[in-house]
Design a protein around this ligand. Structure first.
Ligand code: FO1
Ligand code: CA
Length: 300
């Protein structure tokens, strides 16, 4: 099931969540897209492989080698080993991602936002002292469960990063640009922080339509509200639209429970519609994508 079966789709993936563990390069967001569209995802969990086992992780723990808080499964390990081996041989991440996707056939062209190293760090109160300390995004998100205040979110290295080959070209050639209902700070925001990407989207001269990750003043998935506070954005469907701004967004979809904010968003110069936004199953998700394309035609 697909909203646009014949469309050529390029997905630009966030790599700020990437982490080096056990000497291996792990790219959670790229892998989540690849496994989900390629039919290998652990559906209920939303990350990692279906039918996963954890023998390697247990063996590492028996050596006292962690972190234990990050659940790398045996099947998933193979992906990181192949990726790390290819990177070590000199291939850029974009080429490695293409090679991994040759197996998974996700049906889209999956590009990392950059081949350069970008790591999202979160500034928290130092639990052992007076001051503050920066932790890797995964440590904040997975180990700490975003349970402590985030004072700042910094995509370290983004300002020096170059868009990966194909990223700017895909944006320039696009008929429409969609912002998925992802985290506006640590997912979409990190991609927009790569110099050139935001400009390319604004200059593409095509409809840019986003879907709200906030439904009824709470993030649908994850803990988006925690990192929104860090950048001074309220956890509401209209605040996220205004955070992107009318300079970037032409259209915005909110859930029917947030129909009350439609006028507010439109007053900010962004065309807005309220539709069911819960990705309960493939049919509902395809309907959301179809609505986004319909709105894109309205603002074109
Ligand atoms: N998320 C968790 O909440 N706990 C985990 O142990 C965990 C492991 C993991 C392993 C591989 C992978 O690709 C993703 C994984 N995730 C895990 C999800 C991921 O860390 C985050 O949800 C994303 O980075 C947020 O976009
Ligand atoms: Ca525009």
């Amino acid at each position: 099931m697909s909203a646009a079966p014949d469309a050529d789709i390029t997905v630009i993936g966030n790599t700020g969540d990437d982490i080096h563990l056990f000497g291996l390069k792990v790219c959670p967001d790229l892998d989540t897209v690849m496994y989900t569209l390629g039919g290998g995802i652990h559906e209920e969990q939303g990350w990692g492989r279906a039918g996963e086992t954890f023998a390697v992780k247990e063996e590492l723990a028996a050596y006292g080698v962690g972190p234990e808080w990050f659940g790398l499964g045996d099947r998933d390990f193979a992906t990181h080993i192949v990726r790390t081996q290819m990177l070590g041989a000199g291939y850029p991440l974009s080429a490695v991602t293409e090679a991994l996707c040759a197996r998974w056939q996700p049906g889209v062209r999956l590009l990392p936002m950059t081949d350069d190293r970008v790591e999202t760090h979160v500034l928290i109160d130092d639990p052992e002292g007076e001051g503050r300390k920066a932790v890797h995004f995964q440590e904040y998100w997975v180990r700490l469960r975003a349970s402590v205040p985030a004072h700042a979110v910094v995509p370290v290295g983004a300002d020096q990063a170059k868009p990966a080959p194909g990223v700017l070209e895909a944006i320039a050639d696009a008929d429409v640009v969609l912002f998925p209902p992802s985290n506006p700070v640590v997912s979409v925001g990190t991609i927009l922080a790569v110099p050139g990407v935001r400009e390319a989207i604004a200059d593409a001269g095509v409809p840019v339509v986003g879907l709200s990750p906030i439904v009824g003043d709470a993030p649908v998935r994850g803990m988006a509200d925690k990192v929104l506070t860090a950048v001074g954005v309220e956890s509401t469907a209209d605040a996220v639209a205004k955070h992107y701004g009318s300079g970037l967004l032409d259209g915005w979809l909110v859930d029917t429970v947030d129909a009350g904010v439609v006028e507010e968003v439109e007053a900010a110069g962004i065309r807005c519609r309220a539709i069911p936004l819960m990705m309960t199953d493939l049919k509902a998700t395809a309907a959301m994508a179809a609505e986004a394309l319909t709105l894109a035609e309205e603002v074109r």
